[in-house]
Write a protein that binds this ligand. Sequence first.
Ligand code: PSU
Ligand code: MN
Length: 315
Amino acid sequence: MTESHPPEKTGNSMEHPPSWLKISSTILQKLSDKKPVVALESTVTTHGLPKPVNLDLANQMEEQIRSVEVEPATIALIQGQVCVGLSADEMEGLALATDVHKISIRDLGAAISKGQSGGTTVAATMNISHRVGINIFATGGIGGVHRGDSGDISTDLFELSRTPVAVICSGAKAILDLPRTLEWLETVGVPVIGWQTDEFPAFFSQTSGLGLNLRADNVSEIVDLLNAHWSLGFGGALICVPCPEDAGVPLDVVEAILEVALMEAEKGAIRGKELTPFLLNEMSELSSGATLRANLSLLRNNALVAAQIANAMAD
Ligand code: PSU
Ligand code: MN
């Protein structure tokens, strides 16, 4: 008679990871030694930035994190395996490939079963981070509620509501409806904390005119708040870091070029998953690269702030 096995555990014990999961030996060691680790998503690399600056940026984010002795854990799908920590070759393959998928929560099972490669979104990356025991995660912007009446609301908001991971970002993607995104975050119970600011940052712009009820000026305030939130058994938290001053683009400039980009998209009948890359690209051209420079700058800075928070958590 064959022995029956209990289902594989999906908690934080990663001594016997399931077959679909590959954690780098360095990260495994850091986690078991309770050393600080910061997770990084990969959709921003595969779908959010032009090639080849996407590869440079992915590596620079990891360098920022290592510069304060924290271990970066970039998460991505490679041939159906969820990889936590990528080799240099894996990172390059992912960034420069043309046939990679954008993988959110609904796509994860399919991507594993079909042996796909791709970038994990904020939602998918949060979920995997939590399973392996990482609770600090850096990115540029989360998904949210789209403008207009398409009903397009990102799974990122739902994952934030249920998964205890802190996401360090510069707000939501610039092309979204920010007031409605903030309302949704409140509805699903996600604390939104301004990092040295009283306003929700508007991604490329440091300000949005939308006030936040939570502000933290140093890492120990963040650590206290996260520990209290998690001791209550709640889910994610959003820590909003404005784009560095020297790279930020004023809100009125962003709004003006977005309007033009949206018209171009309408003319070209561009929608669905093509829309975000198209708009970001148009906006970069219309601003002579200013929005792209802001995007790169805020991504590097968010990685550093996240690593500082991870260090304070580990103390
Ligand atoms: N913000 C950007 N570029 C991106 C993303 C966010 O400026 O590419 C990615 C993130 O990975 C985020 C995802 O989780 O888009 C959200 O996609 P959707 O709205 O389809 O859920
Ligand atoms: Mn969407």
